[in-house]
Design a protein. Structure first.
Lengths: 309, 257
């Protein structure tokens, strides 16, 4: 069934968008990630302009992280104070991100920057996750107990000023790295149309040493607020949020996530991480190939934003 | 009196066919409004027309040939070319065209056989004749366009289905009645469209007429687009509320714990 998207000004097959949302929702439910990094490229592949894809996916990420955050809230697995610090940074990053987004779009370099960022971040995170989890799988085959990482209490991060106490996480951290992390994720999330879960979760575990049971819930709260804010800014500044598109994705995503979560519960943690790592790596490689391989057509057209309307 | 004016028309007609203006075109689209609704997947527009000849009209030896153009609202479009920089493909050079967002031309015969390239250019018939004001990065307009960019622009527009030529598609239904049915793709831009008809005889343009129709979003699509365009803050807030509500509902419906 064809459906005309009012902002994208593009007809799409409703069931295909539904299916894309569902498939990405399945993966996000299985691995506990937002899936924005898969959704944005898939939408672009269906012919929707990258700008509208990025804007609309931020609305979808806000929705999917809201339902995730809700479940962690009920289980009281959220450090609200830490989330507040992260999202202050995140909103600031989002404001900067929207401006940079508009500028890059005008310069015609938005696709390039999105592509390069995907290659760098997905390649790095995917590679690391795959490497780490394959190591863990091999170790468990040999019946070794994985050594817990030595706690580095006197790292560089602990020498920074503006110490803040986070009682729920039992941490005393400088506000600087927390705000900076929020800012970085907010900026990248806005620019790339991703929630940034696959970036913030490892950063919170390895850099801030937040207890593992609080990491996901807290990062989800940060994502809900930052992505809602981003959606608002993208709609108000860049007119790139197609709510019809986003709504279809949300519905597909919510349903897909239920099935994904059931499969996810049957797999071991390191197996899940290895699969997710490979998936992230594959998307990164696909972007790298696109940047390097000679394009089928060297020329491309784009509308001048805000002109001629 | 009538006899004299007919003689005068004959004299003028042989001197300069266009100046005589003895033929009047009456070509109209079948609908004045194409509405884009949520299940819009393209449509067709039929244009009917006739040539009115008054008593002064010279009897032509050759047949009439008709060219009908659907010309969409003008938009600024950037055409970019990728070049290899340090191993990766990057958009480098570009040209901005102020050009119709939609252009379809249908004729009674292959366009090249209608008239000479110079005449086609002067009467703006066909994609090859289309005047495309071009500016280089920095906003400087160039008079002599860059052939490679122009060619790429037209090629990409044709591939999108927004530019098209339909040679021979205008059918002569009766001695003095023509019609053509042209497809309007689903990706059609909204705005005011001109229907331009040019009448040729023996390779010379005799008369020209412009009619109009509009392509509009209607119903829900229009409400959403208007809100997003004119009250973007409110639209942004609604988008956020819809997202959070859907997320909350999803979480509440499929409660797993």
């Amino acid at each position: 069934m064809q459906l005309y998207l009012p902002i994208a000004e593009w007809p799409v097959n409703m069931f295909m968008i539904f299916g894309v949302g569902g498939a990405v929702g399945f993966i996000s439910g299985m691995f506990g990630v937002g899936g924005g990094f898969l959704l944005t490229p898939l939408l672009v592949f269906t012919g929707i302009s990258p700008a509208v894809a990025v804007g609309s996916v931020s609305a979808q990420v806000a929705a999917s992280s809201a339902s995730g955050a809700l479940s962690y809230w009920r289980r009281k697995l959220i450090d609200w104070k830490l989330a507040a610090f992260l999202l202050i940074g995140g909103m600031l990053g989002s404001v900067i991100g929207v401006q940079v987004f508009a500028l890059l779009r005008k310069m015609g370099q938005l696709d390039l920057v999105i592509g390069l960022c995907y290659v760098v971040f997905l390649g790095f995170v995917g590679g690391f996750m795959t490497w780490e989890s394959i190591g863990a799988i091999l170790a468990s085959r040999r019946n070794e107990v994985p050594k817990p990482a030595a706690p580095r209490q006197h790292g560089l991060l602990h020498t920074l000023p503006f110490k803040v106490r986070f009682p729920r996480s039992r941490l005393v951290l400088s506000a600087i790295p927390v705000l900076a992390l929020g800012l970085g994720i907010g900026f990248l999330g806005t620019l790339l149309g991703i929630g940034g879960g696959f970036l913030i979760v490892p950063a919170m575990i390895y850099l801030l040493k937040v207890p593992a049971n609080l990491v996901v819930g807290t990062s989800l709260v940060q994502m809900v607020v930052t992505m809602s804010f981003t959606t608002f800014l993208q709609a108000a500044n860049n007119h790139t949020v197609d709510i019809v598109l986003a709504f279809l994705l949300m519905i597909g995503g919510v349903i897909g996530a239920q099935f994904g979560a059931q499969i996810g519960q049957r797999l071991k943690g390191e197996q899940l991480r290895a699969l997710l790592g490979l998936l992230i790596l594959a998307v990164g490689i696909r972007f790298a190939v696109e940047l390097v391989v000679t394009p089928a057509d060297r020329y491309s057209l784009s509308m001048v934003p805000g002109a001629g309307r | 009196m009538r006899h004299r004016s007919a003689l005068l028309a004959l004299a003028l007609g042989t001197l300069a066919a266009t100046a005589a203006r003895a033929e009047t075109l009456v070509f109209e689209p079948s609908q004045k409004r194409v509405e884009i609704t949520s299940n819009f997947s393209g449509t067709t527009v039929t244009i009917y027309g006739t040539v009115e000849r008054d008593a002064a009209t010279v009897g032509r030896s050759g047949d009439y040939e008709v060219a009908i153009m659907l010309v969409g609202p003008e938009r600024s479009v950037v055409t970019r070319r990728k070049d290899r920089v340090a191993g990766i493909w990057v958009n480098r050079d570009s040209r901005t065209y102020q050009a119709p967002s939609f252009y379809a031309v249908a004729t009674t015969r292959p366009i090249a056989e209608m008239s000479s390239p110079a005449v086609l250019k002067a009467s703006q018939v066909g994609l090859d004749a289309l005047i495309l004001p071009e500016s280089v990065p920095g906003g400087v307009e160039v008079l002599a366009g860059t052939a490679s960019f122009r060619e790429a622009y037209l090629r990409l527009r044709r591939r999108e289905g927004l530019y098209a030529e339909y040679p021979g598609a205008v059918r002569r239904l009766a001695l003095n009645l023509w019609s053509v049915t042209l497809p309007i793709p689903a990706e059609v831009p909204v705005g005011d469209y001109r229907v331009r008809t040019v009448l040729f005889a023996d390779g010379s343009p005799l008369a020209e007429q412009v009619s109009h129709f509009e392509v509009v979003k209607s119903g829900f699509e229009q409400t959403v687009a208007d809100l997003a365009g004119h009250q973007s803050m409110l639209y942004g807030l609604i988008s956020v509320v819809v997202s959070l509500l859907t997320g909350w509902l999803g979480g509440a419906l499929f409660r797993r714990d």
